[in-house]
Design a protein around this ligand. Structure first.
Ligand code: HEM
Length: 231
């Protein structure tokens, strides 16, 4: 079966409900995208504790792991995993359906209405997914961290970013996050019906502002360690 035939079969298998419609799946992508972007924004703010030193950062990590008697982090993880799973599912099935609907290959594609960021959503999304897997193995479980200490998240943070290749990968991943966020924030407001000439300036400003803030601050963490500002 060709990719197109598989996609058509997949689209048919999805039936005719809200989730089967492309609008329904775009709404799912928008809603889960808001949850995920909300998380990266809060995560970026939380990590600023690294600038307060070991005590501040480790105190913050302890709070995350002990809130609601330890249940808080698991509730939060369940929400994140569900949102990420639904987001990837909607993105993959919408991409498959689009490929099936496209009569000719990429070369005939009209890029007039789409921006560079929108065309890069797929690969920036795939790099981000790979980054998240690596990041969890690096700073949460310590599996790929050479000096991981379960009792000292601050030390893990500092010794982790002292490796230039690791710091470089984090920086590249943040640039992908920036591309993904910029277009994502812009298009989720569209999927939720907020597209109107009167609000487009506001939407654009919000998309740029949030992206620059999250990516800009995130990039300072590896740089601060590499330059010895955080040690
Ligand atoms: C340079 C930027 C970043 C730094 C310095 C950073 C730092 C950290 C640290 C230290 C932890 C472990 C916290 C702990 O267990 O106490 C963590 C966990 C995590 N980070 Fe990041 N992070 C960054 C960017 C990101 C991005 C961009 C994402 C998502 C796109 C992300 C997703 C996560 C997730 C899902 C966890 C696991 C939370 C849990 O324990 O369930 N991080 N991060």
């Amino acid at each position: 079966m060709s990719v197109a035939e598989q996609s058509i079969a997949g689209a048919e298998a999805r039936g005719h409900g809200f989730l089967a419609s492309s609008v329904g799946r775009k709404v799912i992508m928008a809603a889960t995208g808001i949850v995920l972007f909300g998380f990266v924004t809060v995560h970026m703010i939380g990590n600023t504790q690294a600038y307060l030193g070991a005590e501040g950062f480790n105190g913050y990590a302890k709070f995350l792991h002990t809130m609601l008697h330890g249940a808080g982090i698991w509730i939060f993880r369940a929400v994140l995993i569900s949102a990420a799973g639904l987001h990837v599912w909607a993105a993959t099935t919408l991409t498959m359906d689009n490929l099936a609907a496209r009569p000719v290959g990429y070369r005939a594609q009209q890029n007039v209405a789409s921006t560079w960021a929108s065309r890069t959503m797929r690969w920036s999304g795939v790099i981000l997914a790979a980054f998240i897997v690596y990041h969890l193995l690096h700073l949460t479980t310590g599996t790929v961290h050479p000096n991981f200490d379960h009792t000292n998240p601050y030390a893990n943070f500092v010794s982790g970013f002292k490796v230039p290749a690791v710091a470089g990968f984090y920086i590249v991943a943040q640039l992908c996050l920036g591309l993904h966020m910029w277009h994502g924030v812009w298009s989720f407001s569209q999927s939720l019906g907020l597209s109107h000439p009167r609000y487009d300036g506001l939407r654009r400003g919000f998309a740029y502002g949030l992206t620059f803030l999250v990516v800009g601050v995130n990039i300072t963490y590896p740089i601060a360690v590499l330059t010895g500002f955080i040690h």
